[in-house]
Design a protein around this ligand. Sequence first.
Ligand SMILES: Cc1ncc(COP(=O)(O)O)c(C=O)c1O
Ligand SMILES: N[C@@H](CCCC[NH3+])C(=O)O
Length: 435
Amino acid sequence: MSLDNYPYQINENGHLEIGGIDTLDLVKKYGTPLYVYDIALIRERCRAFVETFKKLGVKAQVAYASKAFSSIAILQVMKQEGLSVDVVSEGELFTALQAGVNPEKIHMHGNNKSPRELEMAIKNNIGCIVVDNFYEIELLKELLAKYGKETDVIIRVTPGIKSETHQYIMTGNEDSKFGFDLHNGQAEEAFLLLHEHEAINFKGLHCHIGSQIFDTERFVLATNILFDAISKWNTKYGYSPEVLNLGGGFGIRYTKDDQPLPLHKYVERLVETVQEHSDRLGIPMPEIWIEPGRSIVGDAGITLYTIGSTKHIPGVRDYVSVDGGMTDNIRPALYQAKYHGVLANKANHPSSSVVSIAGKCCESGDMLVWDLPLPDVESGDILALFSTGAYGYSMASNYNRIQKAAVVFVENGLDKLVIKRETYEDIVSHDLSYE
Ligand SMILES: Cc1ncc(COP(=O)(O)O)c(C=O)c1O
Ligand SMILES: N[C@@H](CCCC[NH3+])C(=O)O
């Protein structure tokens, strides 16, 4: 039995299954909290993007935004699926290189790339640096001269549109720390500085308007704005871009209210829009790059928790506490993000009351779900929170010196530990004595 359009099932024992594996077996084997990913589903998501570009005959790169979830194992999956990888730090770059991702397929972002980070990118001949600001242009020029290297770049621009999403995950608006503004001339200035430089191959423009976006028209709007600039630069300088990177941000189903579009729809609409503009301007169709993160790994991941204490406040609410919380999923506390979940061991029981799921951190804001309908809850029950595959593990912390949870992949009826649960020894391993 499947669950309200979520990609998980209920088996004949009434337990929640993911990727054909009983979640209770995973709990027995690996403990909780536990992140579990359905890899077949991740491959399906990757292919939806890649195959649609192929079908439309458009040159493209689908770069997995590894900030959503970076680990050696997941990047190996991306490599197998032919995706490129977008990194935003030395750590993400190191992980991609360790996973064996071809450096040519790595793109580096960041609004404050350090000299070390740029040096690492240059030395490893990564495929593209997404230049974000004037400071970076100067650093890049110095480092390219120092190492006698050349690099491909694109510039990140802010199209000045707002997306209907939380302010903290909105990135394409004018008042943003990211990128060059298109309207005040800074993007053109950056273009000229980079375009003329002999060690820099200026490939094109990048924009990312935000995350968890459900309609294609915001992407169309952003593309239209990019083409306003391209059209101007074409007239003034004879410029036509080789690449347009239109970012990520495709929405997924967290709660029943979320109605995501099939992924191929975004690709089709983007291709159509870029084609129309290119035809109108009489320039060659650029390569289209996209950077999905959440839409690849988001709903393919769940988190399993063991329920411990409960607190009944008559006439107010019932708090049900789990053995994880903001340390493994900061999104509810940071963005008021909403999640849905079930009791994995009572997945076919009807709900009997509405409870609120609290984490175990010493923080009132450490709540995972406000008002979740569940069957009768008992200590020892297993709560499965859905769609936690993006920005869960990757934003995890050791607050209260809580260990980071383990990560398991399931595929073809098998489960495999891909990130070990942290130990307390791991946590104190960097501490130095002060005696
Ligand atoms: C530049 C850039 N590209 C891609 C992404 C990935 O976004 P999402 O995971 O929502 O697809 C982000 C994160 O928001 C981003 O900032
Ligand atoms: N971490 C954010 C997405 C990144 C926002 C900016 N690049 C989230 O969990 O939704």
